[in-house]
Design a protein around this ligand. Structure first.
Ligand code: SF4
Length: 375
């Protein structure tokens, strides 16, 4: 179902103008049609290892993932997918390549969505079988076109995996599902660089009202991946393009989730989360501040999720007791480092008693936050 951009209405959400798209349901998480932009990640554990997959899914969910994708490369993986699905706290997408039977098996095992390119599963009959099985369960299909796996004829027509080539490929796949009267479709057109990703999504958004899954493919290791993803995803979201996002990193899925959440916060599409002020450290620092600040941030994220609606005090984790208390004076709760320990301060006043060992820093902050917030 293609619609021209000029026909599109825009809706407002958290102050950002968003393109109007159709809405699909991914296991109870609405995608598109003005629903909050969701954050996805993909497990990278062995697809046959239930325990490892479940641990990653749980970690990702605890970090704030709305949806997690698992690859399903064979029958055994489809069976394991079902086992993980039973205990998963969030909807799961089955990632399928080439084999329509695995798509059907994943659906039978409870997949909340499929990621599959219908042009790659061996003809109209197979597309029909998958579309019917998905339709019967109300399960959407994401068409995921990547720069690295484009059809030969489009590579020749466009002289490479250009933005128009990615978009034509995606719409071609979508047409195969539309021919089966299947329209619960989400589309992604990811390139590995920012300019092509931006151009592809802008073009796609002008041609279709299907909800868009936005991301940069093979974005890289933590820092380059974060920068590329934040730039590309943030720019598109600021233009109102994107209904669900994934930050691809050569790193832990839970880090992808954290990055995705921060992009949504930075673009005003999620409310501000807990923020921890921390100093850059210097020669005075005699405690592992990076670890303590990171753990404190994670613990506060978990606290905020478990206590929605509780307004959080301002927290600072500083490297020394000489300048820390002064630099943290705007914080309600502060930890300031000494020689291998921390001292806790509430509203600028040091809490008497034993110093806090670094491994208990996050726990102590959460305890003080609970006291402060009265929960
Ligand atoms: S708070 Fe202390 S450790 Fe941190 S940068 Fe300032 S002086 Fe250095």
């Amino acid at each position: 179902m293609n619609r021209e951009l000029s026909e599109m209405e825009e809706s407002s959400f958290h102050g950002a103008k968003r393109r109007e798209t159709r809405r699909v349901d991914v296991g109870g998480v609405a995608v598109g049609g003005g629903a909050p932009v969701s954050v996805q990640t993909m497990a990278n554990a062995d697809p046959h290892d239930r325990e490892a997959l479940l641990a990653q899914v749980r970690q990702s969910a605890a970090a704030g993932a709305d949806i997690v994708r698992l690859t399903v490369p064979d029958e055994e993986a489809a069976r394991v997918f079902g086992l993980v699905r039973k205990d998963s706290p969030v909807p799961l997408v089955a990632d399928i390549h080439f084999d329509w039977r695995l798509a059907v098996a994943a659906l039978e095992n409870g997949a909340d969505a499929l990621r599959l390119n219908p042009g790659n599963i061996g003809g109209a009959e197979n597309v029909r079988a998958v579309a019917r099985a998905a339709s019967a369960r109300g399960v959407p299909i994401r068409i995921g076109v990547n720069g690295g796996s484009l059809e030969k004829d489009l590579m020749e027509k466009y002289g490479g995996a250009s933005a128009p080539a990615l978009v034509e490929s995606a719409l071609r796949h979508a047409a195969l599902l539309e021919a089966e009267d299947f329209r619960d479709i989400v589309i992604s057109v990811k390139a590995s660089d920012v300019p092509r990703t931006l151009a592809a999504y802008r073009l796609l958004s002008s041609k279709t009202a299907y909800p868009l899954h936005v991301g940069v493919t093979e974005a890289g290791t933590l820092i380059p991946g974060l920068v590329r993803s934040a730039y590309a995803i943030g720019t598109l979201l600021a233009e109102g393009i994107g209904d669900t996002i994934r930050v691809s990193l050569t790193d832990l899925p839970s880090r992808e989730v954290k990055a995705g959440l921060e992009i949504l916060r930075a673009t005003g599409l999620r409310g501000p989360g807990p923020s921890v002020t921390s100093c850059p450290t210097c020669g005075r620092t005699k405690v592992d501040l990076v670890k303590a600040a990171t753990e404190t941030e994670e613990a506060l994220e978990a606290f905020a999720r478990e206590n929605p609606g509780v307004s959080l005090p301002r927290v600072a984790v500083m490297g020394c007791v000489v300048n820390g208390p002064g630099e943290a004076k705007h914080a309600d709760i502060a930890l300031c480092g000494g020689a291998g320990f921390f001292r806790a301060f509430v509203r600028g006043e040091m809490i008497p008693g034993d110093p806090v060992p670094p491994e208990r820093a996050a726990e102590e902050v959460v305890r003080l936050v609970r006291e402060f917030a009265g929960v």
